[in-house]
Design a protein around this ligand. Structure first.
Ligand SMILES: NC(=O)C1=CN([C@@H]2O[C@H](COP(=O)(O)OP(=O)(O)OC[C@H]3O[C@@H](n4cnc5c(N)ncnc54)[C@H](OP(=O)(O)O)[C@@H]3O)[C@@H](O)[C@H]2O)C=CC1
Ligand SMILES: O=C(CO)COP(=O)(O)O
Ligand SMILES: [Zn+2]
Length: 347
């Protein structure tokens, strides 16, 4: 049997107020034996509470666990609560969704993705990233059986998180350039359809930039729909290649260096400006798009020191050596890193 399969969610809901129908949706999918809600400290009130109300209304048994990070320990804690009858619902931001996704995958049970914000493209994809001191890059787990995204809840989440989601999508522009380069130089296999879907998802943001505003349900819906199609590009490729190139390597390097990294999408946004410069593309257009969605474009805005930016640029090529990018096999020198960050006004 081929181990190359494309995984997709069975049902996807992106609607205002849909969170109140969680119980009904679980019943219609025959996932109503036992629910384990994985949530976070802040997302319990906005996400888990309405889910609990809905499950109680439909007489569905449930349990709740709050996790505070995407670590191996959190995964183990969640796994201990899973029985073969359990369906795991991840209700929260990226860390919570990753913990719910990976623990359900490890225990072979279904997973429902319920984002409380639209901050990155792992919401719909089969990838999960778990933090340890050595890496924050994603591994393949499984796709959610259903995605229930309440666009009203997303709209009420801090706009900084939605802006980060836009930046994670804008990163697709350089991720695809890197993939094309690897295809040409290293004969890496390339999916035209995954690449086209990835670029289209980024364009859904840049073409709608004037409509992406805080606290507006239609804005949150645009971002979530774009993250959905970006996630589908990842599903088709079977890896994060269509959405993660040199700009993500830079962000992963920052995750390693910094005690308190900024948001994933924010770091990737800075990386995209600089990597587009290296690709000889229109890096100013990337910067303008990020500014227009109120995502940061300088290290100072997110409290990262200039020297940490330089160090991350120099070590980025070592993060995932098997994935060829514009940084090449040997990376860039300190002088080149400084020049790059300075010319693009990231520092
Ligand atoms: N699987 C994949 O392919 C990918 C995974 N990632 C991973 O995802 C994580 C980043 O996700 P991200 O969402 O940016 O960050 P977090 O999951 O760290 O969430 C950031 C903060 O936002 C809070 N929050 C979320 N929703 C709301 C809301 N509606 N109202 C108020 N606060 C809210 C969270 O609360 P709380 O404290 O309750 O959690 C948390 O404190 C990283 O671990 C990254 O590695 C990133 C990209 C792709
Ligand atoms: O963040 C991602 C895509 O946006 C996942 O990428 P990584 O595989 O590099 O972790
Ligand atoms: Zn990303």
């Amino acid at each position: 049997m081929s181990n190359r399969k494309i995984q997709m969610p069975r049902e996807v809901y992106i609607d205002p107020g849909i969170i109140k129908d969680t119980g009904e949706i679980c019943k219609s999918l025959h996932l109503d034996k036992k629910i384990l809600i994985v949530t976070g400290q802040h997302t319990y009130d906005v996400g888990a509470k309405p889910v609990i109300e809905s499950l109680e209304k439909d007489n569905i048994e449930y349990d709740v666990i709050k996790v505070s990070n995407a670590s191996a320990e959190s995964i183990s804690e969640v796994e201990e609560l899973i029985t073969p009858d359990t369906t795991v619902i991840g209700v929260g931001g990226g860390r919570v969704i990753d913990v719910a996704k990976l623990s359900s995958f490890n225990r072979g049970v279904y997973f429902v993705s319920m984002p409380t914000t639209a901050s990155h493209d792992g919401i719909v994809s089969p990838m999960a990233s778990i933090k340890n001191p050595n890496t924050s890059i994603s591994v393949t787990a499984h796709s959610p059986i259903a995605v229930i995204a309440d666009s009203e809840v997303l709209a009420q989440s801090p706009f900084r998180l939605l802006a980060a989601g836009c930046a994670d999508l804008i990163a697709n522009f350089t991720a695809i350039k890197d993939w094309e380069l690897a295809h040409r130089l290293k004969n890496e296999s390339f999916s035209e359809s995954a690449a086209a879907l990835s670029i289209m998802s980024a364009h859904l943001i840049t073409d709608n930039i004037a409509n992406i505003k805080p606290n507006l349900e239609p804005s949150a819906r645009i971002v979530m729909k774009s993250l959905f199609s970006g996630g589908m590009a990842i599903s088709i490729a079977g890896s994060s290649r269509p959405a993660s190139g040199s700009e993500h390597l830079f962000s992963h390097a920052l995750d390693k260096i910094l005690d308190k990294p900024a948001l994933h999408g924010e770091q990737c946004g800075l990386g995209t400006i600089m990597m587009m410069y290296l690709h000889g593309g229109d890096w100013k257009a990337i910067r303008d798009a990020l500014k227009a969605v109120q995502a940061p474009t300088t290290a100072k805005e997110i409290g990262i020191a200039d020297e940490d930016i330089i160090e991350a640029l120099m070590m980025a090529h070592e993060i995932r050596p098997e994935r060829y990018t514009i940084l090449g096999d040997n990376g860039i020198s300190k002088e080149a890193a400084y020049e790059l960050a300075y010319k693009t006004e990231v520092i």
